[in-house]
Design a protein around this ligand. Sequence first.
Ligand code: NG6
Ligand code: CA
Length: 513
Amino acid sequence: MKNNSLALIAWTILILFPLGDRDLGAEQPNIIVIMADDLGYGDLSCYGATELETPNIDKLAQEGLRFTQGYCSASTCTPTRFSFLTGKYAFRQAGAGIAPPNATALIKPGTETIASILKKAGYQTAVIGKWHLGLGQGNGPDWNGIIKPGPLEIGFDYSYLLPTTNDRVPSVYVENHRVKNLDPNDPLWVGKKRPSADHPTGKDPEVRKNLKMDWSHGHNMTVHNGIGRIGFFTGGMKARWRDEDLADEWVKQSVKWIEKNKDNPFFLFFSSHDIHVPRMPHERFQGKTKLGFRGDAIAQLDWSVGEIRKAVDRLGLAKNTLIVFCSDNGPVLDDGYKDAAITKLGKHRPAGKYRGGKYSIYEGGTRTPFIVNWPGKVSPGESSAMVCTIDMATSFAKMLGQAIPDNAFPDSLDVHGALLGKPNSQGRDHLLQQPNKGPTLALRVGDWKVLSYANAKPKKHLTFEKGPGKYELYHLATDPQEKTNLATSNPAKLKELLSQLEKIKADGRTRNF
Ligand code: NG6
Ligand code: CA
């Protein structure tokens, strides 16, 4: 009898509170991931920059947790974003390097993503800003029709996109499945070849003379808004944006979307184009710093962060909103335009004390600003836990008690304790770092790091800071600047790390490394 009533109580509890995917005790904070573009470890005043000020991001850091060993998983955009969304290292995925203007959707419908798992956990989900993960299928996006698959097919409820990059055509917004403001009588064409002999390009001396910003390499095909671009496009005149207005637009659309979704848990991927080239911030930011347009674009990014926080505060959501600030790859100065990033650099060190930057597998390529802020939940301070943008998918799912399908997020580790600054929590003990594409890879295990250039056929401008030889080995704790290559003097360590690297490559997942 006693046993029966106990069983009855147990069943009643189970019916009322099913032990399903959701841990009912878990809170469901709104999650906003702000990902900057090409922002280096040393580019913010809260990370030691002295030549410019980033008050809003500094405040986010002061009131939150600032990581000194926060990483993105690659030193270019597409692979980092691919991994952030799918929890899978990009080198495992064919075609996950920098996506060209007409690239088709890299992440196939049905793939579990950070957005789809949060949707399952009851979140409304949106991506606003840079996409650069391809759209559509077959011969490329149907720019004049329904553009799919894209974010809406992999877990996002809403998308408002810069489809590729701000230096790649087409210079339009894609809202959900369509180019915004496209006049059907003025169709948009996007291609690799000059459409006609009289189509003006950035190479034509007469055109070049009058450019708003001159190019230094590449970026000399179609000219739009006085700036040469990668790729060609015609038409869609009413749909075209101005570079100067992009940041305002991301903020405006995000605030609108947050207002609309304030009553349910939401996940916003705020994907800023700042400070990617062409750095052409709004007129009100031009000249705001002494670092030229690169610094002014950082000021604009800082403003965007402030505006998002203001909206969250105004709507009374601050206490229930977890904000992560990160970057998609390390810094670069001349990435194809003459914007004075080098001549006005002065004492500023975009990668802080680290070696390398964008395109490189030295620390500067992937060790980037990483801040977690959740008032009342994440104690302010500094963390030296090793965390990576690739970990957010698993970590947020675990934080929410949401079950992860077995084949999902193979390289994404549960570091939610470290992200929230929980006592005795640990970050990663290892991390693979890649440039744009393999086979060049680096693996950090604890304080050791191996860089492998085996089989690499580096392209000219993508080999920024490649050292000599096939392998490099560094002890980061004593040599954070990766100056003393120990590959020859410590062959045992080299062998150990290389075999761990091979294991991660062969296993297809690192969850159980
Ligand atoms: C490179 C571009 C560079 C930038 C990069 C992608 C040239 C010469 N260089 O190929 O300007 O667009 O691709 O940057 O065209 S990323 O941050 O989106 O990965
Ligand atoms: Ca980038």
